[in-house]
Design a protein around this ligand. Structure first.
Ligand SMILES: Nc1ncnc2c1ncn2[C@@H]1O[C@H](COP(=O)(O)OP(=O)(O)OP(=O)(O)O)[C@@H](O)[C@H]1O
Ligand SMILES: [Mg+2]
Length: 459
């Protein structure tokens, strides 16, 4: 344990030094505040004994500087009995304790012991907080639900490989975030990450963007231009919404992926492509393949490894984590004091269906933060779509032409209701029972009868 003694009096330094050494701790002396701050720059110090009456920089000033560098530093003030007010001020500013001079050795030792215990606690808390952050987030992707942990695991496994990766999921589920995480965990992390927003670009413009062109390749091509494949050499190229790539361009894309070769538009030189391809889509590519608007061979090439980002409504337990993170972020950005979400507002956030997924949740929290005047995000700050509970009425089931067993149909409907309630409740039966307005024991019985288990829910 390193204990820094900041005092300009020779005698006091000697007394404290030998006292501390005798306890088996390591004393370090500083005669001035400046010297103390220099030592703190290079040494890990567990506790500071600080005299308030110092030459040049005052003890209070030294304390303020120490705290600005390490708010958790434990500072014990030593001061003459006559200037006890100073000690009280220091306590108010966050000193751990004070010892009036003259002091008894025992008193000093007990105070140091208590201070060190406090230090240990603060450090444990810090590392716990760091661990918690790590556990609930992968890079910037937040989530602790089973499906998200699965996503993290897949990213971790797939990232270092050379394989192309296809990210699937509804809009706003975090596909771009996942693509970046894959890049950052790959061997190409130091290389570029280039995004292709194909949007509704005509195919010739898209191709000149992807592969580059040589001077004179078409009217307006006044100079040679590098394409995105060349720019992402040594890194990753991310196709945001691969389903939008026109069929003509798909053939060329297939060639680059397959042969690792391409040519600039109008060029004669064959170039080597060295980019890892990551593609994302919210479309059903298999359906596009069947409709012949997406090449089947390209689909198989891209689909070597696919990672599905689950919609937010299927992982309601991530909603509080995400909402709090966004609240923290937007409160800071907008300099608002807002720090918490009321229980009722949180309930509404957890019940909502989130068709726009995480992006929509982020927007809702941002909006609430901007509009807020108080410290709590309450129901009144939520948009009507979130505030109004969904209608419980379901569309009437279609009757198949060959008829259906009434009993089975009812059972199927019950199963659906219970399953979605359980999913919304993050698997917590008591909460699910509340949502269905039945007793937990009733829910339990129904689950048994319908053979619904935690595994069958995939939670
Ligand atoms: N798990 C998550 N944790 C934190 N932020 C997230 C998470 N998922 C998504 N976001 C945030 O939500 C927004 C949308 O995410 P992103 O752009 O990655 O979605 P997407 O799947 O690419 O959507 P689209 O299909 O519409 O392009 C971003 O601001 C992103 O930071
Ligand atoms: Mg996207």
């Amino acid at each position: 344990m390193n204990i820094l003694i900041v005092d300009d009096e020779e005698v006091l330094q000697d007394v404290l030094t030998s006292l501390i050494r005798r306890e088996g701790w390591n004393p370090i002396s500083a005669r001035t505040g400046e010297e103390a701050l220099q030592i703190l720059e290079r040494e890990e110090v567990d506790l500071v004994l600080l005299d308030l009456m110092l030459p040049m920089m005052s003890g209070m000033e030294v304390m303020a500087q120490i705290q600005s560098r390490d708010p958790d530093q434990v500072i014990v003030i030593i001061t003459a009995f006559s200037s006890i007010e100073g000690a009280i001020d220091a306590m108010r500013e966050g000193a751990f304790h004070y010892i009036p001079k003259p002091f008894k050795n025992e008193e000093v030792l007990v105070t140091i012991q208590k201070g060190l215990a406090q230090r240990r606690l603060a450090q444990e808390n810090k590392s716990l907080r760091a661990q918690l952050k790590k556990r609930y987030a992968f890079d910037n992707i937040i989530g602790k639900s089973k499906p998200m942990l699965k996503v993290f695991e897949l990213i971790r496994l797939a990232a270092p490989s050379k394989s192309n990766i296809l990210l699937l999921g509804e809009s706003g589920t975090g596909k771009e975030l996942a693509a970046k995480a894959i890049h950052h965990h790959s061997r190409r992390a130091d290389g570029p990450f280039i995004t292709v927003n194909s949007g509704s670009m005509p195919h010739d413009l898209l191709e000149s963007n992807l592969f580059g062109h040589v001077k004179g390749a078409f009217t307006g091509a006044i100079a040679n231009k590098m394409g995105l494949f060349e720019l992402s050499s040594g890194g990753s190229i991310f196709f945001d919404e691969i389903g939008n790539i026109p069929v003509d361009t798909q053939a060329k894309l297939l060639r680059v992926i397959q042969e690792k070769e391409f040519m600039r538009l109008g060029g004669i030189e064959t170039m080597t492509a060295d980019a890892r391809v990551i593609a994302a889509t919210n479309a059903d590519l298999e359906k596009l393949v069947r409709a012949a608007s997406f090449r089947e061979d390209l689909y198989y090439r891209l689909n070597v490894i696919n990672i599905h980002l689950p919609p937010l409504r299927e992982r309601a337990e991530d909603i509080p984590l995400l909402a709090r993170r966004f609240l923290e972020q937007y409160a800071e950005e907008n300099e608002k004091e807002m720090a918490e979400i009321s229980p009722r507002a949180m309930e509404l956030l957890m019940d909502y269906r989130w068709p726009g997924n995480v992006r929509e949740l982020e927007n809702v929290v941002e909006r609430a933060t901007v509009l807020s005047t108080g410290e709590v995000l309450d129901v009144d700050l939520l948009p009507p779509s979130v505030r109004e509970p969904r209608s419980a009425e379901a569309p009437p089931p279609a009757l198949p032409t060959n008829g259906l067993s009434f009993k089975e149909a009812v059972a199927a409907y019950e199963r659906q209701l219970i399953t979605s309630a359980l999913k919304l409740a993050g698997g917590v039966q008591k909460r699910a029972a509340e949502k269905l307005k039945v007793k937990p024991t009733t829910l339990h019985e129904m689950m048994k009868r319908l053979k619904i288990t935690a595994e069958s829910l995939n939670l």
